[in-house]
Ligand binder design. Structure first.
Ligand SMILES: NC(=O)c1ccc[n+]([C@@H]2O[C@H](COP(=O)([O-])OP(=O)(O)OC[C@H]3O[C@@H](n4cnc5c(N)ncnc54)[C@H](OP(=O)(O)O)[C@@H]3O)[C@@H](O)[C@H]2O)c1
Length: 288
C-alpha cells in the first residue's frame, strides 16, 4: 500500500509514521509530509505532492488544532481545516487516490447524553468544530468514497497532551483543579494509528468513529493519571463555568463504536491505553 500522510510532525502524525514506516508492524510505502513540505492551503503544491507520490491512500491528519485559537482566527481555521481539506480531496480525485480525513467529536454539541452515532446530525459549538463539520460535508460531496475517521481527546508521545500536562503540574502542585462536567473518550495515538491503518486495508468508506473504549470526564481522566503514576497530588473536580475558555466544548461527546465494529476492529479500554502510554518510552527515531 502506498500512503501519503499530511501532518507527519503532529501528535497523531508521528505515530502514523511509526506505524507505517516499518518501525511498527505494517511497513507500507510512506511519503510523510510536514507543513514545510506542503501547506494544505497551497492547492498547487498539494496537487503536485499527491501526483508525484501516487498514493493508494492519503491520510489527512494535518489541521489547525488549537481549539481556543480557532475562535479568534476563524479565517485561518476554515482556510486550513476546510479549504485545505478540499484541496487534498480535489487532488485525490484527480490522482484516483483514496482519502482518509481525521475529524473530531467537537462536531457535536454534546446535548445527546448517549453515544453519538455516525448518522447523528452535526451541531458544532466552536469554530474548530464548525470548520471540521463543514469539511466533512464538502469532502463527502467531492469524494463519495472518502473515509471520515472521527476521534477524540488524543494523547500520545511527541507533543502536548492532557496526561503530559497533568504529570507536569503534579510535579509542582499538591492539588490540581480539573473540569468534571465534560465527558468523552480519551484515545491513545498508538491505538488510533493502528486502527486507521487497518481501516485503510479494509478499504473503509463513509464515517467511522475511532476512539479507545469507555469514557470519563477530564477530572476522572486526571485522577486515573496521578493514581497510575503513583503521585500524591489531589485532583479537585470543578465545573466548566468555573474555568471559562474561549471555545465552548460539548458536555458529552462519546462516539459510538458501532461503525468501527462493523469492520471487526475493537479498541482497548482507555485505562489500558493510559497504562501503556505511561509505561512506554516516546516513539523514537522519527525522521521527517
Ligand atoms: N488532538 C485531539 O485531541 C484531536 C481530537 C479529535 C480530532 N483530532 C484531529 O486529529 C488530527 C490529528 O490531531 P493532532 O492532535 O495530531 O494534531 P497536531 O498535533 O496539532 O498536528 C497537526 C499537524 O498539522 C500540521 N499543520 C498545521 N497547519 C498546517 C497547514 N496549513 N498545512 C499543512 N500542515 C499543517 C502541523 O504542522 P506543525 O506542527 O508544523 O504546525 C502538525 O503536523 C487532526 O486532524 C485533528 O483535528 C484531534
Amino acid at each position: 500500500m502506498r500512503v501519503t500522510l499530511f501532518g507527519a510532525s503532529g501528535l497523531l502524525g508521528q505515530e502514523l509514521v511509526h506505524e507505517l514506516s516499518g518501525n511498527g508492524k505494517s511497513g507500507e510505502q510512506l511519503t510523510a509530509l510536514s507543513v514545510e513540505d506542503a501547506d494544505l492551503r497551497d492547492h498547487g503544491r498539494v496537487r503536485d505532492v499527491i501526483r508525484d507520490s501516487r498514493p493508494d491512500w492519503i491520510l489527512l491528519s494535518a489541521a489547525y488544532t488549537d481549539v481556543d485559537g480557532c475562535e479568534s482566527n476563524r479565517d485561518l481555521a476554515f482556510a486550513v481545516n476546510c479549504e485545505g481539506a478540499v484541496n487534498v480531496a480535489e487532488a485525490a480525485r484527480e490522482a484516483g487516490s483514496r482519502l482518509m480525513f481525521l475529524s473530531t467529536d467537537y462536531i457535536f454539541d454534546g446535548s445527546k447524553g448517549s453515544p453519538y452515532q455516525t448518522s447523528d446530525p452535526r451541531s458544532p459549538t466552536s469554530v474548530y468544530g464548525e470548520s471540521k463539520a463543514r469539511a466533512e460535508e464538502r469532502l463527502l460531496n467531492i469524494l463519495p468514497e472518502v473515509c471520515i475517521a472521527r476521534t477524540s481527546w488524543l494523547f500520545g508521545h511527541g507533543g502536548k497532551c492532557f496526561p503530559a500536562t497533568i504529570l507536569k503540574l503534579a510535579a509542582t502542585r499538591p492539588e490540581i483543579s480539573v473540569v468534571n462536567d465534560q465527558r468523552g473518550s480519551p484515545t491513545f495515538t498508538c491505538d488510533l494509528a493502528s486502527a486507521l491503518v487497518e481501516l485503510c486495508r479494509a478499504s473503509a468508506r463513509g464515517i467511522v468513529h475511532v476512539t479507545n473504549s469507555g469514557n470519563c470526564t477530564w477530572y476522572e481522566f486526571a485522577a486515573e493519571i496521578v493514581r497510575e503514576a503513583g503521585l500524591p497530588t489531589a485532583i479537585k473536580p470543578v465545573t466548566t463555568a468555573e474555568f471559562p475558555r474561549p471555545a465552548r466544548r460539548p458536555a458529552y461527546s462519546v462516539l459510538s463504536p458501532d461503525s468501527l465494529h462493523a469492520y471487526h476492529i475493537h479498541m482497548p479500554e482507555w485505562q489500558d491505553a493510559l497504562r501503556r502510554y505511561l509505561g512506554s518510552a516516546p516513539t523514537a527515531s522519527v525522521v521527517l
